[in-house]
Design a protein around this ligand. Structure first.
Ligand code: TMP
Ligand code: MG
Length: 288
């Protein structure tokens, strides 16, 4: 029923189940649908022309807002902790302390750089941040059909917002749940607000902030992620009838294929587009 699902880069554990969920969602229509999506490497590209694209944290790298010393330190953190984040041989429990360390150190380094809020928009413009191909249609379609989009990100919320503003897709149906910088009376960052969100505590974040999710009060959820830590992003939603989880498998594809196929309903391998989510959304919202 959806041509894009027949592509070689699309893997499904149980095609019949996927079809059934999509059919249920189509029958209920867009007024019962909400989308919960991760941001970095899910709505943004993993790579372009063979080069890695920056995460919201790493957008600061290409900017003049942080010192060379800080850039080197942040790169060092990435080189050390990213392999742990995606290591198939380690359990989530084993990874959590490393993630807490990574985020704590990264946020401390950022705070030391005395970045001003009014400098962020330009830094994002100058960076190589790229949304996936088809992302504008994705945001526009959700807005036109009044489907709420909750972006749930362990990245930096202030930078994330600038990225979607820059691409002219920060529509009124979009809400962001992320790590936000706290600025002093001079507009200079001096801390990060609230509880830190890292790759593997999104479930706790969702459960502790049920009110954020309750506002949506829709029974069908389309979930998009790229990490196994994104699977529980909808745990704060009450009374879910149908949930379809779509996972981008960007890196270490052969090693991680099996666990992704076991965890996500649809796995998209090395796919830098939103063609599959867009085709599913079109089917559900257009009632075709
Ligand atoms: P996400 O939840 O929007 O995907 O954001 C989390 C990603 O951010 C995660 O995959 C690791 C990445 N990250 C960096 O690239 N640099 C950093 O300094 C930190 C703390 C995280
Ligand atoms: Mg991600």
């Amino acid at each position: 029923m959806i041509e894009e699902l027949a592509k070689a880069s699309v893997r499904m554990r149980d095609r019949g189940r996927v079809d059934k969920i999509i059919q249920n969602m189509q029958t209920a229509g867009p007024s019962e649908l909400q989308v919960i999506s991760d941001f970095d490497m899910t709505l943004t590209r993993f790579a372009h022309n063979g080069k890695r694209c920056p995460t919201t944290h790493n957008i600061l790298h290409s900017s003049s807002l942080i010192s060379e010393d800080c850039k080197a330190k942040m790169s060092g953190l990435l080189a050390h902790y990213y392999p742990i984040e995606i290591d198939e041989s380690k359990s989530v429990e084993e990874k959590v302390p490393y993630m807490v360390e990574w985020w704590t150190k990264a946020h401390d380094f950022i705070v030391q750089e005395k970045i001003r809020k009014d400098q962020l928009a330009q830094a994002v413009k100058d960076s190589g941040a790229m949304l996936r191909e088809g992302c504008k249609s994705f945001f526009d379609m959700l807005n036109q059909t009044s489907v709420p989009l909750l972006i749930f990100s362990a990245g930096v919320g202030d930078i994330l917002e600038e990225v979607i503003r820059h691409h002219e897709v920060f529509h009124p149906n979009v809400r962001v749940f992320s790590n936000y910088m706290d600025f002093d009376e001079n507009g200079v960052v001096h801390a990060f607000k609230g509880d830190m969100i890292h790759t593997f505590n999104k479930r706790e974040g969702a459960l502790l902030n049920r009110d954020q999710f309750a506002q949506l009060a829709r029974s069908n959820v389309l979930l998009l992620g790229d990490s196994l830590g994104d699977l529980n992003m909808a745990d704060g939603v009450q009374n879910i009838q149908n949930i379809l989880r779509i996972g981008y498998l960007n890196d270490k594809v052969d090693e991680r294929r099996e666990s992704y196929v076991q965890s996500y309903d649809i796995v998209l391998e090395k796919d830098e587009t939103l063609n599959v989510p867009n085709a599913i959304l079109k089917y559900i919202t257009a009632g075709k």
